[in-house]
Unconditional design. Structure first.
Length: 419
């Protein structure tokens, strides 16, 4: 089946789901989760095929993104069930007005229709995206990356079996096996079929969609996330948060890439951080973090001098760019110049500094004394996420169910005419 055939099939099937009540959608999601678990062995075998092909070609942290095991598949099924447990976003009355002439006007949420997602080597996105689309009443077209092709195909096949067993058309979930640029271009040009296109991956993929798509497109994913350690920071807290944000899973978009440190605290804080992230990790047999530091930070942080592009790079690896700043304002200015608008944090015990940071930083998520790793649909109570939007229209931050709906005005009268 060609991409154009898939778009037509998804469009034709979408009204069935748009008109389904919550119980029907939840039953389909439960069946999808059950089938995913039932097919665990086949999915793991497909994943091993992908891993075998990728070893020696992609980095270890990217292999981690690609890798599945029984625990991760169980978590994917739990994610689907958590979406089923959420409130149905379709049919919500967002606003209600009664006009002087008696007309009752209700702004009511409705599905978008057909949502296409282009993503890279994370097979769990396949189940997250499908679950969110089904619960929000949308057909979905999934186009994964070549590194995870076998894994994602096995996952999507299980999900299609599940939704079909629940009495809904399996055409509501389409998976594109063609990983060429042409298939992505077909989705970008799917006017009349695709109601929203979501690219989820690196800068190249996102920019290609933004620049070439003829259908509505959301900018997501790329995260040059900053943590600023203020002069009034608790050092132990700051080390703990920076270590979590950088090392807990460096291959994801909410991982820290840039550390900004107030110059008053840098001589004390950076050596402690270097011990935790470099010396202690190496002694424990873990990958140490490589610091790429500006001239003022380098004597305290160690590492190597920062290059011209290091403060504009999403490393997705055990690498951290480090810079010393003179004030909260200078930290905010640096973030404004280099951030992708994803997630930023300040570590401080000074409430005035925290408020200045919150007012000045214009990103989708801004934290005080917490790790940027919390920018996630599950952590935000959304069940799972379609991606992290780094733009402002129509969605921003983790995209859950509500961000996959539009609205229409339902107007009720009793014979009114306009004079």
């Amino acid at each position: 089946m060609t991409v154009n055939d898939m778009m037509r099939a998804a469009k034709a099937a979408s009204p069935v789901l748009a008109g389904a009540d919550t119980s029907v959608k939840n039953a389909a999601l439960e069946a999808m989760a059950a089938r995913l678990l039932y097919r665990t062995g086949e999915i793991l075998a497909a994943n091993e095929t992908d891993l075998a092909a990728a070893r020696g070609i992609i980095s270890d942290v990217m292999l981690d993104r690609l890798s599945l095991d029984e625990k991760r598949i169980a978590a994917m099924a739990d994610g689907i069930r958590s979406v089923a447990a959420l409130r149905d976003p379709v049919g919500r009355v967002i606003d209600r007005t009664e006009r002087p002439n008696g007309l009752i006007i209700e702004k009511t949420s409705v599905p978008l229709g057909v949502v296409a997602i282009i993503y890279e080597s994370r097979p769990n996105v396949t189940s997250d995206a499908a679950a969110l689309c089904i619960k929000s009443g949308n057909a979905c077209i999934l186009r994964g990356g070549k590194e995870a092709l076998n894994s994602s195909l096995a996952v999507s096949s299980a999900l299609r079996e599940g939704i079909s067993s629940a009495g809904l058309p399996e055409e509501l979930i389409q998976f594109v096996t063609d990983t060429s640029r042409q298939s992505a271009a077909d989705l970008m040009r799917g006017v009349g079929f695709i109601d929203l296109l979501i690219p989820r991956g690196g800068r190249g993929l996102i920019n290609a969609c933004i620049e070439n798509a003829r259908v509505p497109c959301i900018r997501t994913g790329e995260g040059i996330c900053h943590i600023y350690v203020d002069r009034a920071a608790d050092i132990d807290m700051a080390v703990k948060i920076v270590e979590n944000a950088k090392t807990s899973r460096p291959s994801v978009c909410n991982a820290e890439e840039v550390l900004l440190v107030h110059r008053d605290i840098a001589p004390v804080f950076l050596p402690v951080l270097r011990k935790a992230l470099c010396d202690d990790r190496a002694a424990a047999g873990k990958t140490p973090v490589e610091f790429r530091a500006d001239p003022e930070s380098l004597p305290y942080s160690g590492g190597v001098p920062a290059g011209a592009g290091d403060f504009d790079t999403e490393f997705l690896d055990y690498i951290l760019a480090v810079r010393t700043v003179a004030s909260v304002g200078e930290a905010v200015d640096h973030i404004s110049a280099h951030s992708t608008g994803h997630s930023e944090a300040i570590i401080t015990s000074d409430s005035a500094a925290a408020e200045e940071f919150l007012r000045g930083v214009d990103s989708a998520a801004v934290y005080v004394n917490a790790s940027t790793r919390f920018t996630d649909g599950g952590e935000f109570g959304l069940g799972c996420e379609m991606g992290i939007s780094t733009q402002k229209l129509h969605a921003r931050g983790p995209m859950g169910l509500c961000e996959l709906t539009s609205y229409k005005y339902v107007v009720r009268g009793n014979g009114q005419i306009r004079g």
